[in-house]
Write a protein that binds this ligand. Structure first.
Ligand SMILES: [Zn+2]
Length: 245
C-alpha cells in the first residue's frame, strides 16, 4: 500500500503552530490571519488551525467531536475560496463574505479559508480589505500563501502574519509503510497520518482504516495479543489499500 503523508516534525514549524494555539487559548489570536510557508506545511497548518478554531470538544489532537471528525470540505462552518480560473475574483470573495455573515451551525466559530491567497485579483483584494477589519464576532479569515509578498501590503498589515518554513518537512513518509511494530506508540503515528489523509480527502476508505487503527489501539491497550491486533489491522489495511492504490 502506498501512502504519503507529512508529519510536521520540523521543530520550528511545530513551534509556530504551538504559538498559534496558545494565542487562541489566551484570546490573542487575530480574526484575520495570514499564514505563509511551503505548500506541504500549509496543508498541515490549515487543517490544524481550522480544527482548533472549530473543535466542539477537547481541542486535543485525539478529539473525536463532530467537527474534528468531519473533513474540511464537508464542514458547514468552513467557506473555502480557491481560484475558479486563474485568479480569485471579487465576486468569489463577496460570496464568502456573505457566507461568513450567516452564523455558524455547529461550532462557535466560522472560517473563511482563502488559498492560495496570492491568487486574489487586485479587485478581490481591495474588496476583502475592509472585511478583514471587521469580521463578525465569531468569524475568521485564514489566508494561506506560499508567496505572501505578492499580496497587497495593506492586506498583510491587516492580518496577523504567522510564518512557517518553506523547507521540505523533515520527515516525509512515502511508500509502503509497515504496520509493525505493533506498539501503542507506532499505532498512534499511523492513526495520525491516516486521519490527516481522511480529513484532507474526505475519502471514506481512509475513515475505515482510521477506525480500524483506533480499535487496534484500544485492544492493544487492553492487553490483547499483538498478533491478533496485527491480523485485524492488516486485513483492512490490505483491502482498503488496494482500493485506494
Ligand atoms: Zn474536536
Amino acid at each position: 500500500m502506498w501512502l504519503t503523508w507529512i508529519a510536521m516534525k520540523s521543530s520550528r514549524d511545530r513551534h509556530v503552530l504551538d504559538q498559534m494555539g496558545s494565542a487562541l487559548e489566551h484570546g490573542n489570536l487575530a480574526q484575520s490571519l495570514l499564514i505563509s510557508g511551503g505548500a506541504e506545511i500549509l496543508d498541515v497548518a490549515v487543517e490544524e488551525i481550522r480544527r482548533a478554531l472549530l473543535c466542539e470538544g477537547s481541542r486535543q489532537r485525539d478529539c473525536h467531536c463532530r467537527s474534528c471528525e468531519t473533513a474540511v470540505a464537508n464542514h458547514p462552518d468552513v467557506v473555502i475560496v480557491s481560484p475558479e480560473s486563474r485568479s480569485i475574483g471579487r465576486e468569489q470573495v463577496a460570496e464568502a463574505v456573505r457566507g461568513l455573515a450567516v452564523r455558524p451551525l455547529w461550532s462557535s466559530a466560522k472560517v473563511v479559508i482563502i488559498r492560495p491567497a496570492e491568487s486574489l485579483s487586485r479587485e478581490a483584494e481591495s474588496y476583502l480589505l475592509k472585511h478583514l477589519e471587521e469580521p463578525p464576532a465569531y468569524g475568521y479569515y485564514l489566508l494561506a500563501s506560499e508567496q505572501p509578498e505578492a499580496l497587497l501590503k495593506t492586506i498583510r498589515s491587516r492580518c496577523q502574519h504567522w510564518r512557517f518554513t518553506h523547507e521540505a518537512p523533515d520527515e516525509t513518509v512515502a511508500g509502503p509503510i509497515s504496520i509493525t511494530p505493533v506498539t501503542l506508540e507506532h499505532l498512534v503515528e499511523l492513526t495520525y497520518g491516516v486521519r490527516q489523509q481522511y480529513l484532507a480527502s474526505g475519502d471514506r476508505n481512509w475513515l475505515q482504516l482510521w477506525e480500524t487503527l483506533q480499535l487496534g489501539y484500544q485492544n492493544l491497550e487492553s492487553n490483547a495479543n499483538p498478533d491478533l491486533v496485527l491480523n485485524a489491522i492488516e486485513a483492512v489495511w490490505l483491502r482498503e489499500g488496494q482500493r485506494m492504490a
